[in-house]
Write a protein that binds this ligand. Structure first.
Ligand code: FAD
Length: 480
């Protein structure tokens, strides 16, 4: 929206379903400290090219601390509290990395332009296989982009450790655009608690209906809801989205990633710069595996974070906080002995059950093709799509969301300029050119679903029109 406004599109409105901005960047107060229940790291730092989110963080003075996840491999506890020998852990790590890289290379060689993550291996049997399994599990839960993209932005990660939260970046970005200096909303550009339920689009414009019965008319819409929301029935489209679009949306997998926060009366875990992360080895894959203490970010906070993913996340979301606390405490006592004190507080975010999220981030399956990204981000008539899931290179990350927003706004500006140019030249703009479509759209009620999809497929229609115009030009040149 900011890019649009800076380019002269003043008449715009942001409809946000919740009562705040930030989406999956969200700080919550926990035991007197701000904890990041959504994105917590600025990832992709230290490479040849500067990550724009890292630049924003530096410019706005966001406090961060270096976070080296690789130390986790030296702190793997088994169920009796023994630490795996570091040689074994390091060796397994190298083996896992090499096999994963080899796997990716094979995949990429086989399928040009695919996005890849490693496939889940079969159940581990020996200790070394168990250790490798942890690392592969880590790839699956965190490394959502093709390995090749690491080389550019770098592979360092910085944990946000700022009382204003990661979301401060968003407030900073929005301050001249949406807020007064006191942090109050300055104009009607941002409307909170507006749950979009229906998007009706035609050649003339778009009508958006919200849950509270409001109706908005617009020339264009940019839809930035997560892929989980697009897969759900929260928003309906009239006419329905074309098949190529819904197929691309449904193909994309949604990752659930849950950080559970536990507050203790005192610290009982080993501390030190190389002990920020530790792992719990359990035969059940992903069972309270990844632990992190928050001493580096907030010394003396006595907070531990355990990360669950996918099925474990969904399972925990569906049970009571007390049950989860019991499970987590049993795991901690396995690792550190029976004297571990009871946690005094627990915070369990529920991203999967949040109807404005339906998951944590997109996770393209191993055999995704480039076309899936192209389709998921392609506009359908006057409806444009954006968000981390539309970022081919950085899907799943904050910088993916940020860059895709800029890119989609630029595409829309280009489209608006093209329509203006066409009008000036007296040619057929998308508006006037698609006049043929009007009687067809009027007939949609009596058409079959396939026919409706074909008619509503403005994007392809527009491509066909371009081809037609280009063809005509070639013929005219030939005649000349
Ligand atoms: C637990 C967790 C940990 C993560 N960790 C990291 C990390 O460490 N580093 C990193 O880079 N990334 C991380 N991510 C991913 C990162 O947070 C996201 O990729 C990014 O914030 C997505 O931004 P977005 O604008 O695409 O979507 P969102 O932030 O989801 O914004 C979409 C907005 O649309 C609103 N909305 C949805 N439906 C409707 C509707 N019907 N009507 C109106 N509004 C609607 C939502 O309320 C939301 O505000 C994490 C995510 C999670 C959940």
């Amino acid at each position: 929206a900011k890019v649009l406004a800076e380019n002269g599109v003043d008449d715009l409105v942001i409809l946000e379903a919740s009562d705040r901005i930030g989406g999956r960047i969200r700080k919550e107060d926990f035991g007197g400290l701000p904890v990041e229940i959504g994105a917590g790291w600025v990832a992709g730092v230290g490479g040849k090219v500067s990550n724009p989110v890292w630049e924003l963080a530096n410019k706005s003075g966001l406090r961060t601390c270096f976070s080296d996840y690789s130390n986790a491999r030296y702190n793997i506890y088994d169920q009796s509290g023994n630490i795996f020998p570091s040689g074994l852990a390091a060796d397994s790590y190298n083996k896992a990395v090499n096999s994963a890289i080899q796997e990716l290379k094979n995949q990429e060689a086989k399928l040009h332009g695919t996005s890849t993550i490693s496939e889940p291996p079969s159940s581990p049997e020996t200790p070394i296989e168990l250790a490798i399994d942890f690392v592969l599990h880590d790839f699956e839960m965190a490394e959502v982009e093709p390995i090749s993209t690491y080389t550019e932005y770098g592979d360092q990660e910085f944990l946000v450790a700022d009382e204003r939260g990661y979301e401060f970046l968003l407030y900073k970005m929005a301050e001249t655009f949406l807020f007064t200096s006191e942090g109050k909303i300055a104009d009607s550009r941002l409307q909170l608690n507006k749950v979009v339920r229906e998007i009706q689009y035609s050649r003339n414009g778009v009508t958006v209906k919200t849950e509270d019965g409001c109706v908005y008319q617009a020339n264009y819409v940019i839809l930035s809801a997560s892929v989980g929301v697009l897969q759900s029935d929260l928003i309906s489209f009239r006419p329905p989205l074309p098949k190529w679009k819904t197929e691309a949306i449904m193909k994309c997998e949604v990752m659930v990633y849950t950080k559970i926060f536990l507050k203790f009366p005192y610290k009982f875990w080993p501390c030190g710069p190389d002990k920020e992360f530790f792992l719990y080895a359990h035969e059940r894959r992903g069972y309270y595996t990844f632990w992190q203490h928050m001493e580096n970010a907030y010394p003396g906070s006595n907070i531990l974070v355990v990360t669950l993913t996918n099925e474990e996340s969904k399972r925990v979301e569906s049970q009571t906080d007390e049950e989860t606390m019991k499970e987590a405490m049993a795991v901690l006592r396995d690792m550190f002995g029976p004297d571990v004190p009871e946690a005094t507080q627990i915070l369990i975010p529920r991203w999967w059950n949040n109807r404005f999220q339906r998951g944590s981030y997109s996770n393209y399956p191993i055999l995704s093709s480039r076309q899936d990204f192209v389709d998921i981000k392609a506009s359908v008539g006057r409806v444009f799509f954006t968000g981390e899931h539309t970022s081919e290179r950085f899907s799943g990350y904050v910088h993916g969301g940020y860059l895709s927003g800029i890119e989609t706004s630029e595409s829309l500006l280009e489209e608006m300029r093209r329509v203006d140019d066409d009008k000036e030249k007296g040619g057929k703009s998308m508006e006037s050119q698609t006049f043929l479509l009007e009687p067809l759209l009027a007939l949609t009620e009596s058409l079959t679903l396939t026919q409706k999809e074909a008619v509503s497929d403005l994007h392809k229609w527009d491509m066909a029109r371009q081809l037609f115009l280009n063809g005509k030009l070639v013929v005219q040149e030939a005649i000349k």
